[in-house]
Design a protein around this ligand. Structure first.
Ligand SMILES: [Ca+2]
Ligand SMILES: [Ca+2]
Length: 97
């Protein structure tokens, strides 16, 4: 998955790629390689390495990659199962495992 900074042009294309990962029930049939890729993204977002993504960590990661605030809200709505404003590794994994 391409996560380098790009132009506004591919903003939505990239959002759709991540959104597909985040939302699709077909995650259950994704390969191990895809899951590893998603965990790599988790590691990149988890700046302080405590295995919990705070809203600040998520926002800073996604905004730096040209995602907009609406997508960040959707990200939290997708992953933050208990709505405490933080996404744990377990909550993140649950969405496709
Ligand atoms: Ca963290
Ligand atoms: Ca949570």
């Amino acid at each position: 998955m391409e996560l380098l900074n790009g132009t506004e042009h591919d903003h939505w294309a990239r959002a759709e790629i991540l959104a597909d990962y985040f939302r699709s029930p077909s995650h259950q049939t994704e390969t191990m390689a895809d899951q590893q890729e998603l965990m790599d993204i988790f590691d990149q977002m988890d700046r302080d390495g405590d295995r919990i993504l705070t809203k600040a960590e998520i926002s800073s990661f996604l905004l730096s990659r040209n995602f907009n605030k609406k997508f960040i809200e959707e990200f939290l709505a997708t992953f933050d199962s208990d709505s405490d404003g933080r996404v744990t590794e377990a909550e993140y994994g649950r969405s496709w495992a």
